[in-house]
Design a protein around this ligand. Structure first.
Ligand SMILES: Cc1ncc(C[n+]2csc(CCOP(=O)(O)OP(=O)(O)O)c2C)c(N)n1
Ligand SMILES: [Mg+2]
Length: 396
């Protein structure tokens, strides 16, 4: 476990709870009548199976089959290779924007590996590694981030919801889908992924509450990557960890090393089984780090010192898992190198396919939001189409 795993990332920061700075009680409540002690973060179970160096806690080694372990490794490498390639493509003007997930690969894959095709997944905008695992082709994801509407709908047969850029807005609808499973007595579950910043949204609090009250089969994966764009965690939450939030709503909550794919897989599997069996929701705080940009429109060097990122290089989820795979005798250095090269080829193939299929349809941009276009937008569309006809753009 990293030494600072349970610490507030800003050692200068103090919390009101730590300083006893609760406001004076009002309305005649006498001091001492109210228990103002913070929820004990020690009540929160912490799970790590592979330590920072990939050393295994043998008592926790999960019984995953060899084939699955090999595909988990490939999934991690493919996610990172795709992330690198998308960044290059964006810088060359081929992508509109996207949200990189360098360093968060284990967190992403671990939250969907235990799911069956019948289960549902509600991703965030940073979850493309999980989406690939769930059955989204890389070509589709490239179309999506390049701004083609063909890329947005989930592929046929994949029980995923589209993500929303409006932070935290997808969590409540995901709970609604899960409550529907209860009404239909359908023993499936929903995993919903959101960030540390999203956890501050009121709608997410409502989602946690209504899920707990209705025993909705949901696994809440709060991906704590330390940042919400430029807002660091200690400006986002005063509690010592985020998992206590789930406890407060009355659901089992756990803090997991999000850079440990085994820990993530085990924690989500247990929570998913509980949900499918009628045991209601679970809150998982997955501790990881956003090593790269928030999105390609962001420049973290203006608000984050590089030295904060360095320790997370050491915690690389892929290297840790490769150490484990070598220990298990499932991969050696030569095979690992070959897998990296194959993933690179696979991503290049997807890029080339995307390049040969992507065609813009500027005449359609008003077509996909409203069944019946409002009057003022009709006027805008007509003016826009006139401009295209006059040579202000091209169709194709
Ligand atoms: C309602 C809303 N407010 C603000 C934004 C701008 N915004 C986009 S992402 C983001 C930060 C979200 O941080 P977090 O939930 O931690 O997820 P992360 O990006 O770290 O994965 C913000 C403030 C938005 N998209 N929607
Ligand atoms: Mg975040």
């Amino acid at each position: 476990m990293p030494d600072d795993f349970n610490e507030n990332p800003d050692p200068e920061a103090t919390t009101p709870a730590a300083e006893g700075q609760y406001p004076e009680p009002k309305h005649g409540v006498k001091p001492g009548h109210m228990d103002t002690s913070p929820i004990d973060p020690g009540n929160i179970e912490v799970l790590q199976i592979l330590d920072e160096h990939g050393q295994l806690d043998k008592s926790l080694d999960p019984p995953l089959n060899d084939e699955l372990l090999v595909s988990m490794h490939r999934g991690l490498v493919l996610t990172r290779t795709f992330d690198h390639r998308m960044l290059t493509m964006q810088r060359q003007g081929e992508m509109g924007t996207f949200a990189p997930n360098l360093g968060q690969e284990a967190c992403q894959l671990g939250q969907v590996i235990p799911l069956s095709k019948k289960d549902w997944y509600s991703p965030s905008y940073r979850s493309f590694g999980a989406q690939i695992w769930r059955g989204w082709s890389m070509e589709r994801l490239l179309l999506l981030w390049a701004g083609y509407h063909e890329g947005f709908p989930p592929p046929a047969g994949v029980n995923d919801l589209p993500f929303s850029i409006v932070v935290g807005s997808h969590v409540l609808p995901a709970v609604g889908v899960a409550m529907g499973m209860n009404y239909k007595s359908d023993a499936s579950c929903m995993v919903v992924n959101f960030g540390d910043g999203a956890l501050s949204q009121g709608a997410v609090a409502e989602a946690l509450n209504i899920a707990a009250v209705n025993a909705a089969p949901v696994v809440f994966v709060c991906e704590n990557n330390g940042w919400a764009i430029s807002t660091p965690l200690n400006k986002q939450a005063a509690s010592e960890n985020l998992a206590v939030r789930g406890l407060g709503f009355g659901m089992p909550s756990i803090r997991v090393d999000g850079n440990d794919i085994l820990a993530m897989t085990v924690a989500v599997d247990e929570a998913a089984q509980r949900a499918r069996g009628g045991g209601g929701p679970t809150f998982i705080e997955a501790v990881t780090y956003r090593m790269s940009l928030h999105t390609t429109a962001d420049d973290p060097t203006v608000y984050r010192e590089e030295k904060l990122v360095d320790p997370w290089e050491e915690r690389c989820p892929i290297r840790r898992f490769e150490t484990y795979m070598k220990y298990k005798g499932l991969l050696d250095s030569t095979t690992i190198e070959r897998i990296h090269a194959e993933c690179e080829q696979e991503v290049i193939k997807a890029r080339d396919h995307f390049r040969s299929t992507a065609a813009s349809h500027p005449r359609e941009i008003f077509d996909h939001l409203f069944e019946q276009l409002p009057e003022e937008l009709e006027a805008q569309r007509d003016a826009y189409l006139r401009r295209l006809d006059e040579g202000g753009g091209s169709d194709g």
